[in-house]
Design a protein around this ligand. Structure first.
Ligand code: FES
Ligand SMILES: [Fe+2]
Length: 441
């Protein structure tokens, strides 16, 4: 039961500041799960995670344990991980292959890959009862809606709402940019992902993704160390360049705070946001030139230039996905409780691209997004500290005043900010939050 005295969303969220309870109140968390995560489109996984019939992956959508499974009909289904008999969880493992059917480990009811009841042992015992084949209550329940965009599978647990493409809007570029960079127009997931549980509210992670003020502060130590080595290696290469992997880290130091303002955030309805690119990922080394050649053969020079000219670094798809398409990285955010958040960190292979291009994505994955790098560790430290401070009596509000009142609202509710370090993305996320928590779709 939700308590009745949760303040109205408008009392919790103002255009430039937010009450701390939004991050720390367990009942507000329950309401967020019901009205946001268990309503909107949530990323389940990539279809290449389940290539064969019977392959499955379990995934959390809001508070609901779900299963993404490949059926014999080649379709990807998303089901609640619950047996309709007495409620037993059907899949106890994170992933696997269920064979011809799901079989409940408790009393051996079996189900097809699409969740339909297949058999009940000694089913005559149900004669004359309401239970048995044909009664949908005896099937594993399906997610209300499932859609697949270029291999990326999303589910919504609400019957009604915008289609996936309407929901994604311009943020769909995250998947187009990633897939278009593949000579074969598709990506495949690299098994497996890093899983990190951070001790903080889920929104802190999303806010940080497009917080362009923090990298030059939080990641400066990593960036400077990498830059020192990069300079030495470049000198040894006699006018050449150090490996690109050093650049991935040194950019945290060489792109200073003031330079971050030169980038731009474009804030879309539903809380999505794009941060324009900054890393200059078009070096002229032999690996890149070999890749360019394959791409030009696949697409022609004009289309190739368009594809590699897409200038984005980061796409945030509210409320649960952060995509770095030029580097084939994706992080899915799965709230566990008001102060615990799981992130799944995935990376992808461009189908048809040379191995060296994959190694580049792997380099970024390991050096920047992995839990063993200082970059990720330094962010995690701040998430934990923020949550501790917010849970204290030291103040009531969280400030998003940076460049407040200077956002430029254009057609279709798109908010442009010409300062990369503006807190416009956070204000935009709370615009969506307020809409959803008040019951909007
Ligand atoms: S709980 Fe699943 S068969 Fe009984
Ligand atoms: Fe960071």
């Amino acid at each position: 039961m939700l308590r009745e005295n949760i303040p109205e969303p408008s009392k919790l969220v103002e255009p430039d500041r937010v009450r701390k309870e939004v991050y720390t109140d367990a009942e507000i968390f329950e309401r967020e799960m019901a009205r946001i995560h268990e309503t909107v489109w949530i990323y389940c996984g990539h279809e290449s995670q389940v290539p064969k019939a019977g392959d499955y992956y379990t995934v959390q959508i809001g508070r609901q344990p779900m299963i993404m499974v490949r059926g014999k009909d080649r379709k990807v289904h998303v089901l609640y991980n619950r047996c309709p008999h007495r409620g037993n969880m059907i899949c106890g493992d994170r992933k696997g292959n269920t064979g011809e059917q799901f079989r409940c480990s408790y009393h051996a009811w079996t189900f097809q890959h699409d969740g339909k009841l297949k058999n009940i042992p000694m089913k005559s015992a149900y004669d004359g009862t309401r239970y048995g084949k044909g009664n949908p209550d005896c099937d594993m329940k399906k997610a209300a809606r499932v859609e697949n965009y270029r291999g990326f599978v999303f589910a919504s647990l609400a019957e009604k709402g915008p289609s996936l493409e309407e929901f994604l809007g311009k943020a769909i570029v995250a998947f187009d940019d990633m897939c278009d960079r593949a000579p074969q127009g598709e990506v495949e997931v690299v098994p497996n992902c890093f899983r990190v549980v951070q001790h903080s509210n889920w929104k802190l992670f999303l806010e940080n993704q497009l917080d362009a003020l923090h990298p030059a502060v939080v990641h400066q130590s990593t960036g400077r160390a990498a830059h020192e080595v990069e300079k030495i290696l470049a000198k040894r290469a006699k006018g050449g360049a150090a490996p690109l992997s050093y650049h991935m880290l040194s950019a945290f130091a060489t792109v200073t705070i003031d330079k971050w303002d030169d980038f731009q955030t474009i804030n879309y309805p539903y809380g999505h946001c794009i941060l324009t690119g900054y890393m200059g990922l078009r070096p002229q080394d032999p690996d890149t030139l070999a890749y360019d050649k394959i791409m030009i053969k696949a697409y022609g020079r004009k289309r190739f230039e368009e594809i590699v000219g897409v200038n984005i670094h980061h796409v945030l798809i509210y409320p649960g996905l952060s995509v770095q398409s030029p580097l084939q990285q994706l992080r899915a955010v799965r709230p566990l409780s008001v102060d615990r958040t799981l992130t799944e960190i995935w990376h992808f292979r461009l189908k048809g691209a040379p191995e060296a291009i994959y190694r580049r994505a792997l380099g970024y994955y390991n050096l920047v997004n992995s839990p063993s790098t200082m970059v990720n560790a330094d962010d995690l430290e701040n998430f934990w500290r923020c949550h501790q401070g917010l849970a204290s009596e030291g103040g009531d509000w969280v400030s998003f005043h940076r460049h407040a009142g200077q956002d430029e609202e254009t057609a279709g509710g798109v908010i442009m900010s010409r300062w990369g370090t503006s807190e416009a993305p956070m204000r935009n996320q709370f615009r969506a939050w307020t809409h959803y928590v008040a019951g909007g779709r």
